[in-house]
Design a protein around this ligand. Structure first.
Ligand code: PEP
Ligand code: MG
Length: 842
């Protein structure tokens, strides 16, 4: 029998038409519907994925006829055909018949076993009877013209295809996927995303993550509808900017790598090995944590609507809980880690998940909690099948969100952890929200049977400073409660039955570790000077964007050494105006008070593009119109930014820094524009800091070669070791294949750092570094020895770098600097630095 699919903008209409057709044929037909879209706020529209699913559900050897209502329904049906297996697609016909009349005629014809051509014909002729009848009644009724699909898309119904490459180190995992979904949700457009044979609704966080798109994978975005173009433009820019995720946020070892690491570890007597997640030593009693939930029973219910209402209320309460948790996490762990809970919130708004649950309630007439639990279990199972370990571990986040909704559905509280005494926590697996509630005051350490180093719980445990080992195996769940055990989170070792001497040794190491922790915390707030007779104080500041200014001070930042202003410009459809920029710079300046705040002017170009500035594609964008070159070619944008920075400056210590300067001429040109803006402000009587320092980033080899000439014109240098390395080595910093060359510890790079510092010293200006190398505590002595005055880094690295500064003398630092300049490879430099660190610890 021919299968039938009815597509409508309204889910109710599609169901209603199906009801009439079934009534006409006494249910003898195979009918599926695809009505509306999964957006509770705006449910009208059509969804190609739904159409595809409907076709597949009634597909048989006799084929399927699709009848649709108007506008985008046609496009969705056409798109659905493209998604189908080509062999299947050949047997599916789209029918131009009017929905209601056509559906009824087709159903009757199909129910008598007619072939697809006859069913289609019958449907196409369905209006004739009505038309002829009305023609008799109403002589003005026009003759019926054969219906035809429009040859070109109607205005506002453009169909756009776009291929994007995933650049994110851990692929399209929950946080970047959440940003994708958020962006897609801003537009009136049907957007689907395909990777190979998998297709996702771009507004569904789960479907997007389940695409399993890893770094380097290509995905195809197809959009239709009135705002298809704007949507794809924004998605393109987002993808190029790694969906606003920074690599340093994802620099974790994968489960597989960590497991390899465990294998090479020395076999310490009596110890069980797991995956080290968070460093530290602990000795204490075992405390098992079972986050058991009451068994969810399936009940038959009559009033499906009231179950759906219950579900919606529970989801909304869970959303509020997550909001609170996010704020709590932001206070405790900083904004970056708190974003874990933002991503969890996206699960709650996932139309695919909610739709599946509502469908189950309606079709199976079951209770909301059972439908919810089953959908979460099914989806978590899909996550666990993914190949990418990072994506796979997000099943735990989904389960976490699932439990949060369940507690509201069944009116229970989430199980809480009550420890009678400080203890080592044992669990099968911990969710991020379990972990964020823990306090290092009574949780001495964490051991879990499952889990990996890249899980969100692991990130939270590390941020809380709780020694943690995961992946220890299920045997640990049988260890006796309250038995005293010892644990080394750095090596990933646990001693279930420590000998007296092992206990004593661990106890001593724990005390030493704790003392170091406390000292590091207190010390982080004070300036860092080298040891010895001629100490030098190194300014340790943070790299920042607009989001994390408050928390960077908690880490001991003495100011901001690099404010990357491009984050203000990315992921949007128009440039921020002067007022918006001024507000952001003022906000930051108010937090920094009189601490230095180095604002880098816009560094667009290369991998950072925006749709609204006519940035023409370039063959070699990293060698193209980026950084200061772009600003000098777009003077108005440049001047607007400079005006905003100058206006924010009175009473603060703001400095301006130009990126990607390659020649003295370019620096002079940029300063000339700045002077022009200053003159304009002066004439208008607007105050600004007239003594504001103006410096530049050294990130192009030519700037190093003429550093002496630049130094005479600048107030400071800041070395951008990330770009400087890629340009010196001629190796793209984002290309894995040449990763071995992109190492700032390469003597070629260190020699350029030395040359830059020499030029700065000779001209009497200060020189800092704000690339990743500055965050490496091993490299700190060498950088100081080479003559750097300031190190700027992501704030969480500050305590360690300050600690490294305090452990070296200037004499030793200079000697180390001289030595590394004579070495030949980055590996040799690294080995030398490690050796020196060990020596200094002993
Ligand atoms: C650098 O290149 O080292 C730098 C700090 O700038 P960005 O990483 O923003 O290019
Ligand atoms: Mg740079």
């Amino acid at each position: 029998m021919v299968g039938l699919v009815f597509v409508s903008h309204s889910a109710k209409l599609a169901e209603g038409v199906k009801e009439i057709a079934e009534q006409m044929t006494q249910g003898k037909c195979m009918i599926a519907v695809a009505g509306g879209i999964d957006d509770p706020q705006n449910p009208f529209g059509t969804d190609p994925i739904k159409v595809k699913a409907a076709i597949e559900s009634v597909y048989g050897k006799n084929g399927v006829l699709v009848i649709m209502d108007l506008g985008s329904a046609l496009l969705s049906a056409e798109m659905a055909l493209e998604f189908l297996d080509p062999e299947q697609a050949q047997n599916v016909k789209l029918c131009a018949a009017p929905l209601v009349e056509g559906a009824v005629a087709a159903a009757v014809q199909a129910s008598i076993g007619a072939n697809i051509a006859d069913v289609m014909n019958e449907a196409l002729n369905a209006l004739r009877v009505k038309s002829e009848q009305l023609a008799q009644v109403n002589t003005m009724a026009p003759p019926l013209a054969p219906s035809r699909s429009p040859a070109v898309p109607l205005p506002g119904q453009e169909k756009i295809k776009l291929t994007l490459t995933i650049l994110n180190r851990n692929g399209l995992h929950a946080r970047p996927a959440a940003n994708f979904v958020k962006a897609a949700g801003l537009f009136q457009a049907n957007i689907t995303v395909a990777k190979g044979t998998k297709i996702a609704n771009a507004k569904s966080i789960n479907q997007m993550t389940l695409l399993d798109a890893g770094q380097g994978d290509q995905i195809e975005v197809r959009a239709s509808g009135p705002q298809a173009r704007q949507a794809t433009e924004l998605l393109k820019v987002l993808a190029e900017n790694k969906f606003n995720e920074k690599d340093e946020e994802t620099a974790f070892v994968t489960l597989e790598k960590a497991a390899g690491l465990a294998d090479t570890r020395e076999n310490v007597q009596g110890a069980i090995a797991g995956i080290p997640v968070s460093a530290g030593i602990a000795v204490g009693p075992v405390a098992h944590y079972h986050s058991r939930f009451p068994e969810i029973k399936t009940r038959q219910i009559q009033d499906t609507q009231s179950e759906i209402n219950k579900l919606q209320a529970a989801v909304s309460k869970a959303g509020k809980d997550l909001e609170q948790l996010r704020n709590q996490a932001a206070q405790k762990l900083g904004a970056i880690k708190a974003a874990i809970f933002d991503a969890q919130k996206m699960f709650l708004n996932d139309p695919a998940l909610l739709d599946a649950v509502q469908d189950a309630i309606l079709t199976q007439q079951c209770n909301a909690e059972s439908a919810w639990q089953k959908s979460i279990d099914a989806m978590a199972k899909e996550y666990r099948k993914l190949t990418d370990p990072y994506l796979r571990e997000q099943a735990v986040d989904l389960i976490d969100v699932g439990r949060r909704v369940l507690v509201h559905l069944i009116g229970r509280r989430l199980p809480t952890l009550e420890l009678a005494q400080p203890a080592i926590l044992f669990a099968k697996e911990l969710t991020p929200s379990d972990t964020v509630q823990l306090s290092p005051d009574n949780v001495l350490a964490i051991c879990t049977a499952l889990g990996g180093q890249t899980s969100h719980s692991a990130i939270v445990a590390k941020a809380l400073g709780i020694p943690t080992i995961v992946g220890l195996g299920e045997d640990i769940l049988t260890w006796t409660e309250n038995d005293i055990i010892a644990l080394d989170g750095t090596q990933g070792l646990v001693w279930p039955h420590p000998t007296q001497s092992q206990l004593t040794e661990c106890q001593t190491r724990r005390e030493r570790w704790q003392t170091q922790q406390q000292q590091a915390k207190a010390l982080a707030q004070t300036p860092a000077s080298t040891m010895g007779r001629n100490p030098k104080t190194i300014k340790v500041v943070a790299n920042s964007d607009a989001h994390d200014t408050k928390t960077i001070l908690d880490y001991g930042a003495e100011g901001v050494g690099l404010f990357r202003t491009e984050f203000l410009f990315l992921g949007r459809l128009q440039a921020p105006c002067e007022k918006e920029q001024l507000q952001t710079y003022t906000q930051m300046a108010n937090i920094m008070q009189t601490r230095p705040l180095v604002i880098r002017t816009l560094d667009l170009g290369a991998d950072k593009t925006v749709p609204y500035l006519n940035m023409a594609p370039e063959n070699n964008p990293f060698l193209g119109l980026r950084g200061i070159r772009f600003c000098l070619a777009h003077i108005e944008i440049f001047k607007t930014q400079l005006r905003a920075i100058l206006k924010a400056s009175p009473g603060h210590n703001i400095k301006i820094m130009f990126p990607m300067i390659s020649t003295p001429e370019e620096f002079c040109e940029a300063k000339a524009v700045l002077n022009e803006v200053k003159q304009e402000l002066k004439s208008a009587g607007i105050p600004f800091d007239e003594n504001m320092e103006v410096g530049l980033m050294i990130e192009v080899p030519s700037a190093v070669a003429v550093a002496d000439q630049l130094a005479g014109r600048a107030d400071f240098f800041s070395i951008g070791s990330n770009d400087l390395t890629q340009y010196i080595m001629g190796a793209d910093r984002g290309n894995r294949k040449v990763n071995h060359l992109v190492n700032a510890l390469n003597p070629a790079v260190l020699r350029m750092v030395a040359q830059t510092a020499r030029a700065a010293r000779k001209a009497g200006i200060w020189v800092g570094m704000c690339g990743e190398l500055a965050a490496n505590p091993l490299a700190a002595p060498v950088l100081i020895g080479l003559g750097l005055d300031e190190l700027s880094m992501n704030a969480p690295n500050i305590p360690d770098v300050k600690n490294a500064i305090r452990h070296c003398t200037m004499h030793h630092a200079k000697k180390m600097a001289q030595t590394v300049l004579t070495l030949e490879t980055a590996k040799q430099v690294e080995a030398y630095l490690k050796l020196n660190k060990e020596k200094s610890v002993k």
